[in-house]
Each structure stands twice: as structure tokens, then as C-alpha cells.
Design a protein around this ligand. Sequence first.
Ligand SMILES: [Zn+2]
Ligand SMILES: [Zn+2]
Length: 275
Amino acid sequence: MELTLLGTGCPSVDYKRFGPSNLVSTKKTKILVDCGSGVTQRLHKLKVSSAEIDALIFTHLHSDHAVDLYQLIISSWHSYRVKPWKIYGPKGTKKFVKKIMDAWADERNLRIKYEARASAKTFDINVLEFKSLGNVKIKDINIKYFEVDHKPVKFAYGFCFTNKNKKLTISGDTKPCENLMKYAQKSDVLLHEVFIEGEIKETNKMRTKETLHNVQSYHTISSEVGKVAFITQSKKLILTHFVPTQFNKVRLKNIIKKDFGKEPIIGEDLMTIKI
Ligand SMILES: [Zn+2]
Ligand SMILES: [Zn+2]
């Protein structure tokens, strides 16, 4: 199994760290986790066509994780996708996908008629919504999904991917929570989000102490993520979803090493990890 980080950023714009998105793949299977800003450009750079993706799964429906959905669907059509899309996500995903598709329906129908491509199957979208806990099998990859704590977001998930006795856990957006520590046990790789303390300064009335506190309080902060990884007994910790996107890497590694006992890997866009 392989994990490729397509976007390691957050809602802030940064040309080196695109919006959150990851690709989990084997020789047979390609699963996209989230589709943040720039996902199709990153797939293109990786030489993976969106026509080949087996499924898209959403951790949650915050815009930084979902904003390029339509771009993904439409570019898969331009890439000659001939199969329907399979999308898994939290409660509300069906409505969300329908609204996005509806917004572009007139433009799309005009295009389909005028361009007369051989297949419009890509626009048949099957959406399955998660329960609180469960399993999904996509070809040779098993996915266990479980709820994480990203309140006030009601439905947010983390995932364990398994293939050939190897386990990859993706935290999704969450503050430290029991479920993650339970299901991520003994992961070969734990991909975890992080909010880096002390790197964002209050600037003006738009970014007050309260704003910073609120953002920080539904994420896992740098002084917590190493402890979480240690409790899960994960072999490797890879960090992603950096808030802010620019920070002191040496300082962050040192803080986490103290808790985790090992150095974490600072994720970068297009980094691939074999699992
Ligand atoms: Zn979020
Ligand atoms: Zn996010």
C-alpha cells in the first residue's frame, strides 16, 4: 500500500501546501481521501488520472476538504472517465453532492450536448453515507471508519486502511479523542493533523485571541500530537494539515520527539510513503 500526500495545507493559501487531500493506493486500487483546493493539479503531477480513481471518501465536509469536488468530477470527464463515481462521506454528503451538481447542471448539460463525448457515466454519482462506525471494502483495501471529535462539526471521521497486514490510519480533522487512540493502535503509519502553537500571531481585529483559540480548540496542537502517537504505539508519525502552513520545522520535530520518542515526518505535498 502507498500513501501520497496531495495537499498538506489548510484553508490558508500556500502554493507549496495545497488544500487537504491524500491518495491511498495499491497496484489495483486508488482511493482519494478528501479533495481540497488543487487536488486535480497534484494528481496530474503524480501522473494519476482522475478517471482511474475507485472511490472518494470524505473525512468531513469543511470547505478546505471538499472545495474541489466539482473540479475533480468535471476533470475526470475530460480525462475520459467511463465509470460512475463512488463517494463515501458523513451524513449530509448526499445533499452536499447534489447541491454542487445542481449548481452546474445547466452549464454541464450544454457541454455534454455540444461536446458529444462517448460517455457521461462520470456524472452518475453514488453516494454512501457513513454510520457512526463501520467498514468499507474497496477492491483489496479495507477501510474502517470511526467518528472523531471536530466539534462543532457534527460528523467527522478518521480512517484505518488495511492491506496485506499493513495498517495506515488517517486522523482527519480532530482534537485528541478516544476513538482515534483506540482504532489507530499499532498503525504502521499514522497520518495526523496538527495545529502548531505559537506560530500564529494575532494581527488585527480580524484575527483576535478568540479566533485563534476557537480554531486551535477543534484541532490537535503540537504539544498533544506526539502524545497521541505514542499512545497509539504507531511505528511512524507523519504530520499534515499544518496550521499555519509555514513554521519552524526543527522546533516542531523537537517538541513532538519528546512525547513520541521518535522523530515525526513533516509531510510535504507529493511525498509518497510505502506502507
Ligand atoms: Zn475541519
Ligand atoms: Zn481542515
